[in-house]
Write a protein that binds this ligand. Sequence first.
Ligand code: FE2
Ligand code: FE2
Length: 192
Amino acid sequence: METASFEHMVNGTPEDYELIGRAGAAHKAKHLADHILGTLQAMAGPLLGYQVDRFQHSLQSATRALRNGEDDEMVVAALLHDVGDPIAPENHSAVAADILRPYVSDRTHWIIRHHGLFQGYYYFHHVGGDRDGREVFRDHEWFDDCAAFCEEYDQNCFERNYDTMALEEFEPLVHALFARQSRFPLPQTTLV
Ligand SMILES: [Fe+2]
Ligand SMILES: [Fe+2]
């Protein structure tokens, strides 16, 4: 297999990075969506005290978004809003948002980034916190959108008997979203 010439990056060449760029792009095209879907599926099983597992919660969220007429981007965002949970339970909103970020609008990113805080309206007061913590963003242009996301596609998605759609029905949307041109294609525009 063809590899770059260097063992220390200080010795890298433009040709090395052309090769690495091609390899990375090919790998991403082939595997990214499936890796994310695999993480989503890793949430199946343990109820963690809820009446549905986190995988079913995610499917229920996406199903409700789709049935409410949301566009494909928001349906996928709903499906993946908790995908950070298996690897970053304390900051899962930020992880999920940044997974989506290169492929979605700033609005969608903001909604997913802040959904954990906004979702706190429904339970922070039960655990010694401030349910109105989200009020620091009251004047933000997407405050109402994030509040609506939580109300319609998150806090209500723990129903055991909801007519939830299967993952297979969402998979084409996930593959299409992660096949979009990244908003940050060049190194100098990559988020840091
Ligand atoms: Fe969440
Ligand atoms: Fe959630």
